[in-house]
Design a protein around this ligand. Structure first.
Ligand SMILES: Nc1ncnc2c1ncn2[C@@H]1O[C@H](COP(=O)(O)OP(=O)(O)OP(=O)(O)O)[C@@H](O)[C@H]1O
Ligand SMILES: [Mg+2]
Length: 1003
């Protein structure tokens, strides 16, 4: 809109809210006219789009145009239907709120074209999923099929929709169209049996006759060469004349004045329709079945009646149809036949819609369906010279839509004021609820009275209905009849009319045909004949058409109420379907009946213009030295500084939480003018460039923001879906969630790794990672230990290594091992000076470890105090200054200990070794330490035997000694009678070491 503000003198205003004289209908129409002349067919009233039919192909619907409007703020570029379509789509994507687009306008104003453009935008611009391509095609192709059966050439429009249509387009959570659903309203069935002069029947009849395959036509009993033979296609005036002699009904038809029965375009459009049938999924038989019904309607139109000698009416036809005899007059027979034709066609149309809906129904799980955009293409107010039951229904529908509009517009306006913290000002508007009630109220409304009249016994007719209306509704402010009115109004309302004062204006309705049309009845016996002929064809009484319409409208209102609405108001500029012709009278009429002035008044009741602080500051910042070139502080302060500098008066504007509200367009225009004046001084080119870059950048930022929001929403949706299916096997619907849980678990571990081996905390793993978690925990502790080892002193490392060896040998094997765990293994237990000098001199400095031991004689088991020294290459037993025995590590066969808590250990040597006097039986208070060190130094870690009860050892010359180990109350070492050495150990309790070293060692 900003760009439009600068160019307002040339092409009016792009938003009617900026019209200075917003109450003037003339100013409104002049603005429309000026823009229309420039081929600017779109103008806003706030968020309502007004569209004027150009009656020519404009170059504004290309893919490039669609791209221009994608993700761009509604007001940033010139008004367009794509801006509105994109706005609704973005709301669906970002806010996940269902939307609806309500398109209204009179016949030929461009409603259907508008709905096609919106659909085209979605099917072109929305992302595609692999399987959604076909649904796009089906969505698009539903239109030609429905148009073939539901549209007709009328005086107002060559392709007039003769039914109301509401279509839901369903989008998945990624914004791809995945399905659709259509509701149809009030098909104009009367067109099947007669059409006004210059109009035609539904397109399908002509398309079939013009282009249907020869063989097909033959099967259907149709003849292309002479279409005029089908009465329903040429019956321009529904008048009957009965030949007095034969009593055969003759149709009055001025063939010369008839509209062309079929046209070149029917040929082309039939191709389109038959292709569309294929895309939608009809097979050949189904299409043929459908065409059979169409043909049967044509044949039905050609049935003739005659009376036999008993006065019975006969029905005859060339088709093999049953004879029917009934007590009807000729006129009744004709009307019964027409009723049947209408019923058949109406039901076929309903069936067709159902079939299309089956094809559009999305097949994926409900989880995938996210949001909906509904498109309502429905007749606008209709006011003709002669208005009947159909106009009554249509105009009632428009009253309901107006109510919806009022409720939703005022509601959203009020919500915006509240969100911005601006006091709500009461808006004066006409609430048309009173008219809706007049029509639909239970027991009291016009529809209720009509139903009552249709059902009551006795001679009910249209006139008695009018009397009843007068009786019950006389005095109502919006209801008048000839009898009730007086003076001028009386003259304007015929004797067979009632007038309703609709919100959009007055309409006179002729009551003729109201009862019949409302009854919509078929003669029972006709129904029975048809039911016998067509299997499964159930024809029930349609009955009470107005009530049905009322109910379906109520349902539609519920659907629309649950959505956020956008409006497209279509205007027809001339009746001649000509481009460039703007007929003011005609347009004024529509502006009035579409309630556009009321729209504008409601919307302008508060503030004419509102824009976010950011957008406002961005545009007008050159006007204030404090805000140019950039404002660094809070946006609201920037706007405040700017408007103060511009000398805005307090009553001219209000600052909300994020937007500025400007009450009068004049204020805004003065600001715009100031900007125009300023341009040369700050360098026009520079300013434009800055503005362009900034608006481009804003566009980029906006798109990025929207993308991020979309992604965020997708992520959340994926997570929720995954959470619901988290216990299912891995599948595309839960893999994101499962991966996310894994990732977060690993990240939690990463951030909270245990600091020491004593730290017992460890996050709880998800079920799928239980095993991995155990491994990770072990690995982590092992790393900690390794780390610890790397850091500590070499002697500590040595210590640890020995402890690890001790653990490997003794853990769980020897009773006194646990007590050894908390005690350090020392370097040596004999200081240098404790070893005799002579020994020291003999051995040199090779001594690695020394400890006091008790040696037991091999025969008498006498105990002798000794020193045990571990040298680089062997073990030495020393008695004071004497080296008593030396065993090289290479000749050490192994070491034995008991499993009890004694300190005995035996060093085994080869029996044949002449240097040795047999195995050494030793006892030491530090048996674990001494044996570990010996095992390490002699490389005999794997040669340490731990025996349960007894240890055998070699005495010189092949003899063998035995030590028996037993538990007892006190420690004893004695030689027994059998020559064994008995070692009795008191029972030790297995106290667990509290030192964490054990834990380390246990890993
Ligand atoms: N945006 C447009 N660009 C070009 N031509 C258009 C446009 N809108 C409408 N028309 C022309 O006007 C004709 C009538 O439009 P359309 O069928 O959409 O009217 P309608 O409002 O749906 O009328 P009805 O109520 O009779 O169905 C179209 O066939 C087309 O020729
Ligand atoms: Mg239409």
């Amino acid at each position: 809109m900003e760009s439009g503000l600068s160019a307002r003198d040339r092409v009016g205003v792009q938003d009617f809210l900026l019209l200075d004289n917003y109450t003037s209908e003339a100013a409104f129409i002049e603005n429309l006219r000026r823009r229309y002349k420039e081929n600017l067919i779109y103008t806003y009233i706030g968020s309502v789009l007004v569209s004027v039919n150009p009656y020519r192909e404009l170059e504004i619907y290309s893919k490039q145009h669609m791209e221009r409007y994608r993700g761009v703020n509604f007001y940033e570029i010139s008004p367009h239907i794509y801006a509105l379509a994109d706005n609704s789509y973005r709301a669906v994507r970002t806010e996940r709120k269902d939307q609806c687009i309500l398109i209204s306008g009179e016949s030929g104003a461009g409603k259907t074209e508008a709905s096609k453009k919106v659909l085209q935008y979605y099917t072109t611009m929305c992302p595609t999923r692999n399987n959604t391509q076909s649904i796009r095609e089906r969505l698009l192709q539903s239109t030609p099929v429905l148009e073939a059966f539901g549209n007709a050439k009328t005086l107002r429009n060559d392709n007039s929709s003769r039914f109301g249509k509401y279509m839901d387009v369903q989008f998945d959570y990624k914004g791809a169209p995945i399905g659709g659903h259509i509701l149809n309203y009030l098909l104009e069935k009367s067109r099947v049996v007669h059409q006004n002069h210059g109009e035609r029947n539904f397109h399908i009849f002509y398309q079939l006759l013009e282009s249907g395959d020869g063989a097909l036509l033959k099967r259907l009993g149709l003849d292309r060469t002479n279409p005029q033979q089908y009465h329903y296609l040429v019956k321009v005036r529904p008048s009957l004349c009965v030949c007095a002699k034969s009593n055969i009904v003759i149709y009055s038809c001025n063939i010369g004045n008839c509209p062309r029965v079929s046209s070149i375009s029917d040929k082309n459009s039939w191709k389109v329709v038959s292709k569309a049938f294929t895309v939608i999924g009809f097979n050949e038989e189904e299409v043929e079945e459908l065409l059979k019904v169409v043909a049967s309607v044509l044949h039905l139109g050609n049935t003739q009646f005659g009376e036999d000698e008993y006065g019975e009416t006969h029905l005859t036809t060339e088709m093999p149809i049953k004879y029917m005899i009934g007590p009807l007059s000729l006129e009744q027979a004709v009307s019964a036949r027409d009723a049947l034709a209408k019923a058949i066609y109406g039901r076929t149309f309903t069936w067709l819609v159902q079939k299309i809906n089956q094809s559009l129904a999305f097949q994926v799980s409900a989880l995938k369906c996210s949001s909906v955009i509904g498109l309502l293409d429905i007749y606008g107010f209709e006011v003709f010279q002669n208005n009947s039951f159909e106009q009554f229904c249509i105009n009632y529908c428009n009253e309901k839509l107006q109510q919806l509009f009022i409720e939703l517009t005022l509601k959203s306006e009020q919500e915006e004021y509240e969100a911005e913290g601006i006091g709500w000002e009461t808006v004066e508007y006409f609430n048309n609820k009173i008219i809706c009630d007049l029509v639909e109220e239970k027991f009291k409304g016009i529809i209720a009275i009509l139903d009552e009249e249709c059902l009551r016994p006795g001679d009910a007719c249209d006139l008695t209905f009018l009397e009843k209306l007068e009786d019950r509704l006389g005095g109502h402010a919006h209801f008048v009849t000839h009898k009730l009115a007086n003076g001028k109004i009386r003259k304007a309302v015929g004797r067979e009319e009632f007038r309703l004062l609709h919100y959009a204006g007055e309409v006179n309705y002729n009551i003729n045909g109201f009862l019949d049309k409302n009854n919509d009845l078929l003669y029972r016996n006709l129904k029975e004949v048809i039911m016998m002929m067509i299997e499964g064809f159930t024809l029930l009484s349609c009955g009470q058409a107005a009530t049905q319409f009322k109910l379906s409208l109520a349902k539609l209102m519920d659907i629309l109420m649950s959505k956020q609405p956008s409006y497209i108001r279509c205007i027809k500029p001339n009746d001649a379907k000509q481009p460039g012709r703007f007929e003011e009278v005609l347009v004024r009429h529509q502006v009035k009946y579409l309630g556009l002035m009321e729209n504008l008044r409601v919307r302008r009741a508060g503030f004419a213009y509102r824009r976010s602080f950011e957008a406002f500051l961005q545009r007008y910042k050159p006007l204030c030295p404090d805000t140019w070139p950039n404002w660094q502080g809070k946006l609201s302060d920037g706007v405040s500084t700017l408007v103060k500098h511009l000398d805005y008066k307090a009553e001219e504007y209000k600052l909300g939480r994020s937007k500025i509200f400007i009450r009068f367009p004049k204020t805004l225009f003065l600001t715009e003018d100031a900007l125009e004046l300023k341009k040369p001084t700050i360098g026009d080119a520079c300013l434009s460039a800055v503005i362009m870059i900034q608006s481009w950048w804003r566009g980029v930022k906006g798109r990025r923001r929207a993308k991020r929001r979309r992604q965020a929403a997708d992520t959340i949706r994926n997570l929720i879906k995954g959470f619901i299916l988290r216990n299912e096997p891995r599948c595309p619907d839960n893999e994101y969630f499962l991966d996310h849980v894994r990732f977060s678990f690993l990240m939690t571990i990463k951030r909270n790794l245990p600091k020491s081996v004593l730290d017992r905390t460890w996050p709880r793993p998800p079920p799928s990672l239980t095993e991995a978690s155990v491994h990770l925990h072990r690995l982590c502790i092992r790393n900690l230990v390794n780390d610890y080892c790397r850091k500590i002193q070499p002697e500590w490392r040595n210590q640890l290594e020995q402890k690890v060896v001790a653990s490997g040998i003794f853990r769980g094997q020897k009773d006194n091992y646990p007590q050894s765990v908390p005690r350090l293994f020392v370097g040596t237990r004999l200081e240098n000076e404790e070893i005799n000098l002579k020994v020291r001199q003999t051995l040199g400095t090779d001594n690695k470890y020394g400890v006091v031991v008790t040696k037991y004689d091999r025969h008498g088991f006498r105990a002798r105090p000794r020193q045990l020294l571990l040298m680089g290459s062997g073990v030495i037993l020393v008695q004071e200054s004497k080296i008593k025995q030396r065993i090289d590590y290479s000749s050490l066969l192994g070491i034995s200990v008991s499993s009890l808590s004694d300190g005995f250990f035996i060093l085994h040597v080869p029996p044949a070794d002449s240097k040795q006097k047999g195995d050494l039986v030793l006892q030491c208070d530090h048996v674990i330490e001494a044996v570990t060190k010996l095992a390490v130094m002699a490389d005999k870690i794997h040669s340490v035997n731990i025996s349960q009860d007894s240890i055998k050892f070699a005495i010189a010359r092949g003899k063998e000694g035995v030590i028996d180990f037993t538990y007892g109350a006190e420690l004893r070492v004695v030689k027994t009678k059998n020559g064994h050495l008995a070692v009795v150990r008191i029972i030790q309790s297995h106290t667990k070491p509290i030192n964490h070293l054990d834990k380390i060692l246990s890993l």
